[in-house]
Design a protein around this ligand. Structure first.
Ligand SMILES: Cc1cc2nc3c(=O)[nH]c(=O)nc-3n(C[C@H](O)[C@H](O)[C@H](O)COP(=O)(O)OP(=O)(O)OC[C@H]3O[C@@H](n4cnc5c(N)ncnc54)[C@H](O)[C@@H]3O)c2cc1C
Length: 469
């Protein structure tokens, strides 16, 4: 990094991080862009070097422009951030190399400002039978389609809540798979009330209407039924998926008895929205909103000086919102004055996309979903913890619950099960208190903390020279 330019580290190279890095670099900052993925693009732009199907990718022109915009940026791919420290400068600790590589190289970056753009995981609610082969998250099905041009089965049920089910169904169809049904939890009435309110706010997000039209057109062409106010409440099969039960649910997502139907399929893609990846923000000490997103001001500044946040970690709004927020965050991190004209376009885009994003609440998870679980349903997949075990320790503290049941203590550290356990208990489970950023092997930690890897003064005090003993 050069001596005088402002040093900015951007964590996450999805739409938000790419836009932040390009904007900050364009404003003269010295930028490092870090992502644990093999390539930049995040969840939205996924390609395999040997496979790019333009029908499955969206906004490739914008992607190309962003790649040009980061031409002067140091890009570190396959680089997992495992620890962050706030200060002057702040520090970002990385392990570089494929996650399953035997030897990953450690590196620590110093930054005058950090932009957090770590995105979100897709959320999947447990369903009896969801651990059978053939069941994936909707995001995983989409990633498989975009990156590898593959579908998991030949006849797929896409189920859950939210507009994201539609591109997933379209991708499966484009690749020649049959989509048996798309099953949406929100009822027609809820959708009409939620999406129909203040329609003039949506005219500004006209691109989204075009996108929606293309997805609905794809369903119509393939004669795919789109069911509302319904859920997959059971997945059947012996060694893999053979069928699902689709059932009507009430406004609180409680299954309505007597409405069960069986749909034959060999794959199920489940998606019930997204959960932000807050770990780095929590480690930095950023304030988190009651809805559990990173709190930011109009310039995407968090409550911690010099730390900015953009994209899905500040609210679920899709790629266009992430792009606008990232650009604002990059400019602000580079200390471009707020009156500068470069803010104008992304500020307007953010306003438009927020009106769209607010509508997504109509697809929000309702508490009655726990009514489709039975005692044997696995809730924590990493540690195979059943619903009955969670119920048994329901009176314990969140720590007691984790220790007694092991829910949340597995490889994902509660990312997948944590909020489901909370819904079952009706109380916080403390997942946000365990901000594990990424898995680190003990050997890697030991190497990082060896005297040679520590700062000279720390190393000297840890191992004083012989003559001073
Ligand atoms: C599996 C999945 C698939 C999706 N597919 C689509 C789609 O096809 N179409 C669509 O409109 N929306 C899709 N979405 C929604 C999508 O997340 C947003 O629309 C958009 O990508 C959000 O941009 P972002 O920059 O905020 O986050 P992301 O695109 O999620 O980018 C965040 C980046 O941060 C990196 N990161 C996180 N933590 C670390 C760390 N500790 N160290 C290093 N890097 C880190 C991640 O590797 C990731 O590349 C998908 C979401 C998921 C979860």
């Amino acid at each position: 990094m050069s001596g005088t330019a402002r040093r900015i580290v951007v964590i996450g190279a999805g739409p938000a991080g790419l836009a932040a890095a390009a904007a900050a670099a364009g404003a003269g900052a010295d930028v490092v862009l870090v992502d644990e993925g093999e390539r930049v693009g995040g969840q939205f732009w996924r390609h395999h070097p040997g496979f790019t199907d333009p029908r499955l990718q969206h906004q490739l022109g914008r992607f190309g422009a962003l790649q040009a915009g980061i031409a002067g940026v140091r890009v570190l791919s396959s680089a997992s951030v495992w620890r962050v420290e706030h200060g002057a400068p702040s520090r970002v600790h990385l392990l570089i190399g494929p996650a399953d590589a035997a030897e990953r190289r450690g590196e620590t970056l110093e930054a005058d400002a950090v932009v957090l753009a770590t995105g979100a995981h897709d959320r999947v609610l447990p369903v009896p039978g969801w651990t059978l082969p053939g069941v994936t998250s909707a995001g995983a099905a989409q990633a498989l389609a975009k990156r590898d041009g593959l579908t998991l089965g030949t006849r797929t049920v896409v189920a859950g809540a939210g507009p994201f089910l539609l591109p997933v169904a379209q991708s499966v169809s484009l690749l020649g798979g049959e989509v048996a049904e798309v099953v949406e939890a929100a009822s027609v009435r809820t959708l009409v009330t939620g999406w129909g309110a203040r329609p003039w706010q949506l005219t500004a997000a006209a691109g989204k209407a075009g996108e929606l039209g293309s997805y609905l057109g794809s369903l119509a062409r393939h004669r795919t039924p789109y069911r509302f106010g319904s859920a997959v409440t059971r997945i059947h099969g012996t060694s893999s998926v053979e069928a699902v039960t689709v059932q009507r649910i009430d406004a609180s997502w409680r299954p309505v008895p007597g409405t069960e139907r069986t749909v034959e399929c060999d794959a199920v893609a489940l998606g019930h929205g997204f959960t932000p990846r807050l770990e780095a923000a929590i480690q930095f000490g950023c304030r988190i909103t009651p809805a559990r997103f990173v709190e930011v001001d109009s310039q995407q500044r968090t409550s911690v000086a010099g730390v900015h946040a953009a994209g899905e970690i500040t609210g679920i709004g899709g790629a266009d919102a992430a792009l606008a927020e990232g650009e604002i965050a990059g400019l602000a991190a580079a200390r471009v004055p707020v009156a500068d004209l470069r803010y104008r376009a992304p500020l307007a885009a953010r306003r438009r996309m927020r009106a769209f994003a607010a509508r997504l609440e109509v697809h929000g998870i309702r508490p009655g979903w726990t009514g489709w679980l039975d005692a044997d349903t696995i809730v924590c997949r990493c540690e195979s913890v059943r619903k009955a075990t969670i119920d048994e320790y329901a009176g314990a503290s969140s720590r007691g619950m984790r220790l007694a049941t092991r829910a949340g203590l597995g490889a994902c550290q509660g990312r997948t099960c944590g909020r489901s356990v909370e819904d079952i208990l009706g109380t916080p489970f403390g997942v946000d208190r365990r901000p594990v950023l990424s898995s680190v092997r003990i050997g890697e930690l030991a190497a990082h903390c060896s005297p040679a890897a520590l700062e000279p003064e720390v190393a000297a005090s840890a191992h004083p020279p012989q003559e001073k003993r």
